[in-house]
Design a binder for this molecule. Structure first.
Ligand code: SF4
Ligand code: SF4
Length: 253
């Protein structure tokens, strides 16, 4: 439950409508909707921030030669200015209470996954991806990264991209298109025998918790696409809010 839309890790992006789980549909949905959702998220955060905005402090301000006309949250206010205090309060709020609220939203969203059941199509065992090479993953695992540790405990790299492509040509094609210039590594799990997990009782959390991120692309055969459909708007809104908070932090600190 600590992903909170971190990027990277296995499997890639995206989203869908209620009836169409095809990979292109997932891709189109996120592409077409994200801009509007980003604006929705920005306006929602702005409304929260404006609750702290002081009312005309300039009327009693002692600071001389202030030339700031636009009293926007991103304006360069001097120290001791009431608007600068507003900026600092906004920062504290966004990194504290507001972020906690988003964590609860994220947890509720992930909990909804429990209403869906794995269809045992085995697509996630046959083709997993990572931005990291096998050696990099092993190094990350040695440094204590739990996801990498789980990942290398079951997955091994495909020797060639051609082999990975054969495992799921449709999924492979879109994964490639989505990452464009970035290097992507393909893996499979040798514990899969006759389309069933041969070590099901001992499978690691990475298998039990799949899918780990509602914004990642899922194989079209994955039954959790229905979960993604249900929470699509919420997930994109949350992702936008997380990105916007990072922007505020960068600008206001
Ligand atoms: S351990 Fe089992 S569930 Fe996990 S990837 Fe391998 S075959 Fe699939
Ligand atoms: S791709 Fe989805 S439905 Fe298929 S085995 Fe993996 S989690 Fe289950």
């Amino acid at each position: 439950m600590n992903n909170f839309f971190a990027t990277g890790q296995n499997n890639t992006q995206n989203n869908t409508n209620k009836t169409d789980n095809s990979l292109n549909s997932q891709f189109d949905n996120i592409k077409n909707n994200y801009e509007a959702i980003f604006v929705e998220a920005a306006e929602s955060i702005r409304r929260e921030i404006d609750k702290f905005k002081p009312e005309n402090p300039c009327a009693v301000c002692q600071i001389k030669d202030c030339k700031i006309e636009k009293k926007d949250v991103f304006s360069p206010y001097p120290m001791n200015c009431a608007y600068r205090e507003w900026q600092l309060k906004a920062l504290t709020f966004l990194s504290g209470d507001y972020r906690q609220k988003l964590k609860i939203v994220y947890k509720n969203m992930m909990d909804k996954k429990n209403n869906y059941t794995c269809a045992k199509c085995a697509a996630c065992c046959k083709l997993a991806t990572s931005e990291y090479s096998y050696n990099q993953l092993k190094q990350r695992a040695m440094r204590g990264d739990k996801f990498s540790e789980d990942f290398v405990s079951v997955f091994v790299p495909y020797e060639t991209e051609e082999e990975a492509k054969k495992a799921n040509p449709e999924y492979f094609k879109l994964l490639n298109e989505l990452v464009e210039d970035e290097k992507i590594y393909y893996y499979y799990c040798p514990k899969l025998k006759d389309n069933l997990c041969s070590d099901y009782e001992n499978r690691p959390d990475i298998c039990k918790d799949f899918p780990h991120n509602p914004l990642k692309l899922l194989p079209s055969s994955c039954s959790f696409n229905e979960w993604k459909n249900e929470i699509a708007h919420e997930a994109m809104l949350l992702k936008a809010k997380v990105d916007i908070i990072d922007f505020y932090k960068e600008k206001l600190q």
